[in-house]
Design a protein around this ligand. Structure first.
Ligand code: IMP
Length: 482
């Protein structure tokens, strides 16, 4: 343990940001052997790291030098949520992704998303209202192959929550049941919704869920399911569900189309391609704190299957994972090994507005956990880190960072298993903090306090990646390009 501690102390002492940022942004975006100007941003921890806002800011920068841009999403659904500011207006987006606000962007909701039609219509209308427009600013396409996530899935998830522990932390948006339909080989897709045979397809689906739910002792029609906006509603009869989905179909039909050829052509062109993944590596069912994980692929490798072989992570020029600088937030039922004193956690929660954008739940705030983050960066093969919330630091409170776990007197690493993690004890180093107010709004690395620079270098070096961007406040322009 002492060896590990002195290793990390040396990493901190050696921390030299200038050595880490030896390449310009242009060089990073055109690495030899990669598809130039192709970037993917993922959550590097447990979600809500600010990747939507980061993707939005990168997209708007790229659009200053390129005529257009493709913005691709490939996983998750209405469980995601992030707030972006556009012309002083705050907009909460879920399934749409930040690119929809950009005029010269094409936004594609990809094949492996699970989309809730009525929530999607609500979201589109929110954008119209916030921007005072009748058309989405971006060219907007929904892959006809994308999966549907319906009220039946939400109802079944509610039933599972009442019966089991594994789904206790779920957002209630029906994500796992919708993906389970894919594994069972009977999913409904956007092209089913758009087709003339939608009533028959929905009927078959409704009856299956009616039977599943009645087998668990509940009545599908009577279950309340959440909506993105407003109070939960009862699923109701098949006829009521058909009416609701048919209304949504009218709004969405113009966006539903095949996207494969378009994406293939764009990948072969020099148009920048920007991917905003949803959720985070620590929520991926393979790598996260199982069982409180989501059902989609939250890593770069999911892009290849969603795009049917087009977007290959080995060819992306930037593969950046986003983390919060001085702490990690989590919303769900998982119990993390690095709990924080609640007084400090409360202060951070209020200063950084750590409340879920989708559910409004207060997020748990824990210390930065390098064993977990190093594992997640390794398995995802992330090459860059985006560090957000650098302004959340208090000069009188040293920053505690977990550098290892201890189990039965031995040093051990992270494993994606809640039962295992319940047994480990965190080992910390304490690092000098800075005054967050001195960081707020800064746009250049050398304007940062020395301690903040050294800390960024420490985190990047500990994770074995280059810093790509740092955010110093909630606004789009409050960023530092590295
Ligand atoms: P599900 O995705 O609704 O199945 O939820 C599974 C787990 O992932 C729960 O602990 C959720 O709180 C968490 N989760 C899902 N989406 C997000 C997100 O966008 N941010 C943070 N946590 C999320």
């Amino acid at each position: 343990m002492n060896q590990t501690r002195s290793f990390y102390e040396q990493v901190y002492q050696r921390g030299d940001l200038s050595a880490l940022k030896s390449q310009s942004r242009e060089e990073v975006l055109s690495k030899p052997g990669r598809r130039a100007n192709s970037l993917a941003i993922i959550g590097g921890a447990l979600g809500d790291e600010g990747k939507g806002r980061v993707a939005d800011e990168i997209a708007s920068t790229l659009l200053k030098t390129h005529k257009n841009l493709v913005f691709y999403r490939d996983n998750g659904g209405a469980n995601a949520g992030h707030t972006v500011e556009f012309n002083q207006t705050k907009i909460v987006l879920h399934q749409l992704g930040a690119g929809v606000l950009q005029k010269n962007a094409t936004v594609i909701l990809g094949k492996e998303m699970v989309l809730h039609p009525q929530d999607l219509v609500t979201e589109i209308e929110t954008v119209y209202a916030a921007l005072g427009v009748k058309k989405i600013p971006a060219d907007f396409k929904i892959d006809e192959m994308a999966f549907l996530c319906l009220d039946t899935h939400r109802a079944f998830e509610a039933v599972l929550k009442m019966r089991s522990t594994g789904s206790k932390g779920a957002t209630g948006r029906g994500i796992s049941p919708a993906y389970a339909d894919v594994v069972y080989r009977h999913p409904l897709r956007m092209r089913d919704l758009a087709s003339d045979s939608w009533p028959e397809k929905l009927k078959q689906h409704y009856e299956l869920y009616e039977q599943l739910i009645s087998g668990c002792g509940f009545k599908l029609a009577e279950i309340d399911v959440p909506r993105l906006e407003g109070d939960p509603i009862q699923v109701g009869s098949f006829e009521q569900m058909l009416k609701r989905t048919t209304q949504a179909k009218k709004e969405l039909k113009k966006f539903i189309q095949p996207v494969f050829n378009f994406l293939q052509k764009k990948w072969a062109s020099d148009t920048p391609i920007m991917v905003e993944k949803a959720q985070a590596l620590g929520l991926d069912k393979r790598w996260g704190v199982y069982p409180d994980v989501t059902a989609s692929n939250c890593s770069f490798d999911g892009l290849l299957s969603s795009s049917e072989g087009i977007i290959d992570q080995d060819q992306l020029s930037v593969k950046a994972a986003t983390i919060k600088a001085t702490y990690t937030s989590s919303v769900g039922a998982r119990v993390l090994p690095t709990p924080m004193d609640e007084k400090l956690a409360h202060r951070i929660r209020e200063d950084a507005n750590e409340y879920g954008a989708t559910t409004g739940r207060p997020r748990d705030i824990v210390h930065l956990d390098l064993p977990m983050l190093s594992f997640l960066f390794k398995v995802s093969r992330a090459e860059e880190v985006v560090i957000t919330h650098l302004d959340i630091s208090y000069p009188e409170v040293p920053i505690k960072v977990c550098i290892a776990y201890e189990l039965d007197g031995k040093e051990v690493g992270y494993r994606p298993d809640q039962e295992y993690l319940n047994k480990v004890k965190p080992v910390y180093v304490e690092l000098p903090a800075w005054d967050g107010e001195d960081v707020k709004g800064k746009t250049k690395l050398d304007e940062l306090p020395k301690e903040a620079q050294q800390y960024v270098a420490f985190v990047s070096m500990s994770l074995g990646v280059r810093p790509f961007m740092i955010t110093t406040g909630p606004k789009r322009e409050q960023t530092i390009e590295c």
